[in-house]
Design a protein around this ligand. Structure first.
Ligand SMILES: [Zn+2]
Length: 337
């Protein structure tokens, strides 16, 4: 590397580092949406209690829990068009100042891909056709393909999807899941890693994923668990997360959409592998006590209780050391796995 190239490389890395630090502040800005009053996407009920009035940055955000099934969601809910606008115009830029993934995100994505690959081993073989929904910069699809899985991606953000094709030469549909032209019964496995909580219509998305799967195919879903006693109460809600699941609501939604929890790989918490069943279950309302349990959980796990415990202080130290390590590592990383 000559001096001029090295200088320009250093300038680029420093700019990325500054961008990373600046994004910590820009993400606090609220995305303004009007939204609409909606029924529960799981059970269709209209009655709910308010469980949150602000997001993690102090912006107004109304979050409710369905008093029938315990599903937690934004209400008013941004409309489909508002969600689209957010993802096509704001989301990636808001987080990263760019329409391409940043080194820190790529580093984390590869780390996540490896964990997911190891986790999914019991249901993978060299014949597996896999679709990664919300494939982002394509790291997981690339990682899986390098290990003999016939993986494709689908990503609505054009910048990210194009990046994944150019950088890793992987097949990716540049499309929203609603518009994707994917033949029925094409895939053995569909994965949606931290995707479903961002969707306007999670139940409808699950029924579509089911159509893309062969009979008996597997659906891997991982979403944040709103019922996590170790999570920060004030950090629970974020306007990019439209739905907040616990294991019970995620299972009920999957049963209703035509899945069962896989015997082979039931997962844990809100990381679950489901298996496509012949028909959607009419008997999907398996956890009638979920609303009461969740309401109790929100009542008990308050900010005051949290700050009086040791949790936030230990967590902050751990987080800062991870964040600092990742930013520094990504700044001097060569961009390969
Ligand atoms: Zn409900």
């Amino acid at each position: 590397m000559n001096r001029a190239t090295m200088k320009s490389e250093i300038t680029k890395r420093v700019a990325l580092l500054i961008g990373d630090l600046a994004s910590v502040f820009t993400r606090m800005k609220r995305y303004n949406f009007v939204g609409e009053d909606i029924a529960c996407n799981l059970c269709g009920d209209h009655s709910h209690d308010i469980v949150g009035t602000h997001d993690r940055y102090g912006n107004t955000l109304r979050v409710v829990i369905c008093t029938n099934c315990g599903l937690v969601f934004l209400n008013p809910m941004p409309s489909d068009a508002e969600v689209d606008l957010f993802y096509t115009r704001y989301y990636r830029k808001l987080y990263h100042y760019t329409c391409e993934p940043r080194p820190k995100s790529i580093l984390r994505a590869f780390r996540g891909a490896k964990t997911r690959f190891v986790f999914l081993q019991p249901i993978l073989s060299h014949k597996t056709r896999l679709l990664d929904v919300g494939s982002g910069g394509g790291e997981a699809v690339y990682y899986f393909r390098e290990r003999g899985i016939e993986a494709d991606g689908i990503e609505p953000n054009e910048g990210y999807a194009r990046y994944s094709k150019e950088k890793y030469d992987i097949p990716a549909y540049i499309s929203r899941w609603q518009d994707a032209e994917i033949d029925h019964e094409t895939y053995d496995v569909v994965t949606a890693h931290h995707v479903v909580e961002h969707l306007h219509s999670p139940f409808e998305s699950l029924t579509t994923f089911r159509e893309w799967l062969v009979p008996g195919g597997y659906l891997y879903i991982s979403v944040p668990n709103v019922h996590d006693p170790d999570s920060t109460p004030f950090g629970r809600f974020h306007f990019a997360h439209l739905y907040y699941f616990n294991r019970e609501t995620l299972i009920m939604m999957a049963l209703k959409a035509g899945f069962e929890v896989s015997d082979k790989l039931p997962g844990h918490s809100t990381t679950i592998v489901f298996r496509r069943t012949e028909t959607p279950s009419v008997d999907w309302f398996r956890f009638p006590g979920n609303y009461v349990n969740m309401a109790q959980f929100f009542k008990e796990n308050t900010n005051v209780k949290y700050f009086l415990s040791r949790k936030p202080y230990i967590r902050w130290v751990r987080r800062m050391s991870h964040l600092g390590g990742d930013i520094l590592k990504a700044t001097f990383w060569d961009g390969k796995s």
